[in-house]
Design a protein around this ligand. Sequence first.
Ligand SMILES: [Zn+2]
Length: 146
Amino acid sequence: MNNRGKPSFSERMRRFFEGRNGNDALCRALLVAALVPLAASLATPSVWNGALSNILWVLSLALLAWSYYRMFSKNIYARQAENEKYLALKKKLFGDRASRARRREERKHYRRFSCPKCALKMRVPRGKGRVKITCSKCGAVFYKKT
Ligand SMILES: [Zn+2]
């Protein structure tokens, strides 16, 4: 370890982030969200003479800038309040950790199929090989591998 003289990189990072908000769930979500318009921008180079691509590019940069602004912000209370709001919204939309875990557990033991005729969703235990499924709503019969 070279600890003489200059502080290490991680030590300098720690000092830089002291008193700043740092990375939180909302920052990470914004970083991921920035990838969406970025990908769309790359996929639409010739739409509206490239104007759409430019708009999406700027949108992506804005999300990225917002994420970094929140990371480096010294108004930690305001940033934490935003993060709480984001987490509450996420919980409302996708459920909390426990219900996500329940769903994951269910996927491990069951497969979901939708009826090819009426699109009714059905749950079939996994590992039963090829099974005949009869739709309980419209009576359609189909085969699926579990
Ligand atoms: Zn059906």
